[in-house]
Write a protein that binds this ligand. Structure first.
Ligand code: 5GP
Ligand code: ZN
Length: 114
């Protein structure tokens, strides 16, 4: 997808610090981390937001959650816990319209969300 910064990160046009990659997903550190671990897990397929997840994408979205858990475990956060966040649309604060899941860990998080 032209002019999508996350598509450009996936294809290497914009540099990023890779955390994980396979055929379906790419994970990289957030540019402005808000926790000791703050990475973004994105499908290589351009899906703009949760509203656009199709039935054919169900396995892909499930895979993203499994990748998030794998990263959290590998980085040693599975016992203390971690948060997986997807912002969809303006009111949720979505700023990049290529669906992504924040994986946050390494501190305590408040609830309800701000
Ligand atoms: P959103 O608010 O859309 O859920 O989150 C977008 C996230 O992407 C933000 O946390 C922001 O810091 C991150 N981000 C935006 N542009 C870039 C970039 O060029 N590189 C990286 N690594 N992260 C980015
Ligand atoms: Zn994209």
């Amino acid at each position: 997808m032209e002019n999508c910064i996350f598509c450009k990160i996936i294809n290497g046009e914009i540099p990023s610090t890779k955390v994980y990659e396979d055929d379906l997903v790419y994970a990289f550190n957030d540019l402005e981390p808000t926790a000791p671990l703050h990475c973004l897990i994105v499908p290589k397929k351009h899906i703009c937001c949760a509203n656009e997840i199709m039935e054919e994408d169900e396995a892909l979205i499930g895979h993203i959650f499994r990748v998030a858990v794998k990263i959290a475990k590998e980085k040693g956060f599975s016992e203390n816990g971690y948060r997986i966040v997807n912002n969809c649309g303006k009111d949720a604060g979505q700023t990049v319209f290529h669906i992504h899941f924040h994986l946050l860990a390494g501190r305590e998080f408040g609830w309800p969300a701000g």
